[in-house]
Design a protein around this ligand. Structure first.
Ligand SMILES: *Cc1c(COP(=O)(O)O)cnc(C)c1O
Length: 464
């Protein structure tokens, strides 16, 4: 036997119907509730022993149709939680093609590495990095960060001992940096979290003082991590100034641009990213503001020699040949930790070809304007107060409850999520619980922002 369908005609019919279900899901993503918890009986039905016997394609489709209903809701225009992208139907075309090829894009001589490297060239160009920049499409920014900081660490280890390495970033930085330190065998305490100013940007003076102090203790500053869009408020560090500091101290300059680096496409905000192109490495996500489906992150590394040196280490069974399938110009496994990798690059490529950079730029600009609209609405409502500046696409605010203000704001967010009307999330700003609204969604309209604010006011009032 093989695992191919016994009857291709039947399978084809089900596959076409499945495509229709999937397209219905995306076409109707504006409708209905944003998030619906998985019903108890469905949860119970899923808890079965591993099946010994297979099911028919029809049976599988029935199950998939049910599963389609219970995602987190980030394809909906009123999903504002954390930083999630909304995805686009163009990805479905690519995913179908990729599934039928079942490519391993860890290396060898075929179409996948060519397409992946073309995207790296486009990305480097957009971020203002040189054409010789190397990089990979990764699962996300977390993995991109690990790859970039490993190159930084390995370069530092040529001169210094691990135990003397120290790195710097702001107190607002995402925890993927500390995780990368940990995974790379550098104690997380060696990552200095520098306090921020009133705009939630790294305090340059405190950074310089801390570096000086560390040097005087015979420690070795090896990396400086700047933020192009922090996760709490969307603040952007002074990237140009950080580049000077990294340069003066021979530090590897990494920028976390997970979502915020997409603002390089914005006419109104791109000047705030001055210095982005001076980074030694940038990590960002196509699956956030670029609207590519999960998973699609990217790492860009300026020093391609160090990049390869950090990962290329081929055993005999992976020998390179000039010709044949074991040839090819670029093997991803020489530039990252994974050998087997899916053809993620295809959906990024199809997405970019389908929409062009201009449409993505329009989405970014639209979301930035919507965040300003939201800020103005918050400031005009007596019951609400803004908790942080709005430099990009994130608003942090709260309902001015007279008592138990933190608990009541958390409860308010929970109630909105459960109402199905919208999904904001919470964070803590200067010790205060905030309602946090992130807008990285091509489907969001101003009317969705109004609906959100109206239900915040309504639910807030009901909690008094
Ligand atoms: C989302 C995010 C990350 C982590 O990226 P993943 O793609 O989820 O791994 C890192 N930094 C910032 C600022 C983020 O918003």
């Amino acid at each position: 036997m093989t695992l191919d369908p016994k009857n291709w005609t039947d399978f084809r019919q089900v596959a076409h119907a499945m495509l229709d279900s999937s397209l219905d899901k995306m076409e109707n993503s504006k409708q209905g509730r944003v998030w619906t918890p998985v019903p108890k009986n469905l949860k119970a039905n899923l808890k079965i022993d591993a099946p010994n016997e297979g099911a028919t394609p029809q049976q599988i489709k029935q199950e998939l149709d049910q599963i389609l209903e219970y995602g987190p809701g980030n394809t909906h225009p009123r999903f504002f939680g954390w930083v999630n992208g909304a995805g686009s139907p163009s990805n479905i075309l690519a995913e179908i093609a990729a599934a039928s090829m079942n490519v391993n894009s860890g290396g060898r001589n075929h179409i996948a590495p060519i397409i992946e490297q073309q995207i790296i060239k486009w990305s480097a160009g957009i971020m203002g990095m040189p054409d010789s920049t190397t990089g990979l499409i990764t699962s996300g920014t977390s993995m991109a960060t690990i790859i970039a900081l490993k190159v930084a660490r390995d370069k530092a280890l040529e001169l210094h001992d691990t135990s003397t390495l120290v790195g710097y970033t702001s107190a607002q930085t995402h925890n993927c940096i500390a995780k990368a330190f940990d995974l790379l065998g550098i104690p997380v305490t060696a990552l200095r979290k520098i306090p921020c100013d009133n705009n939630f940007e790294i305090d340059i003076k405190k950074l310089e003082e801390t570096i000086e102090k560390d040097i005087s203790r015979n420690l070795h500053p090896f990396t400086l991590v700047g933020n192009a869009g922090t996760v709490n408020t969307g603040s952007i560090d002074n990237l140009d100034k950080l580049a000077d500091i990294a340069n003066n101290n021979d530090m590897w300059y990494h920028i976390d641009g997970a979502f915020g680096s997409a603002a390089i496409l914005s006419k109104t905000v791109h000047h705030r990213l001055k210095g982005l192109n001076r980074a030694d490495s940038i990590a960002f996500d196509f699956h956030k503001w670029w609207q590519v489906n999960y998973e699609a992150g990217c790492v860009l590394i300026k020093d391609h020699v160090s990049h390869k040196k950090s990962f290329a280490n081929r055993p005999e069974y992976l020998k390179y040949y000039e010709g044949g399938l074991a040839g090819g110009d670029f093997w991803a496994m020489d530039y990252g930790p994974e050998l087997s990798r899916s053809f993620r690059a295809l959906k990024v490529w199809v997405h970019l070809k389908s929409h062009g950079i201009d449409q993505i730029a329009d989405v970014v600009e639209k979301n930035i304007n919507q965040a300003q609209y939201l800020k103005n609405r918050i400031e005009s409502e007596g019951a609400l107060e803004l908790l942080a500046p709005v430099p990009l696409n994130i608003c942090c605010f709260r309902y001015k409850f007279q008592s138990d203000i933190d608990m009541n704001n958390s409860l308010l967010v929970l109630k909105i999520q459960e109402s199905g009307i919208a999904v904001p999330s919470t964070t803590v700003i200067d010790g205060n619980t905030a309602i946090r609204v992130n807008i990285t969604n091509h489907r969001t309209k101003v009317s969705d922002i109004d609906l959100l604010i109206n239900s915040v006011l309504e639910i807030g009032e009901s909690l008094i």
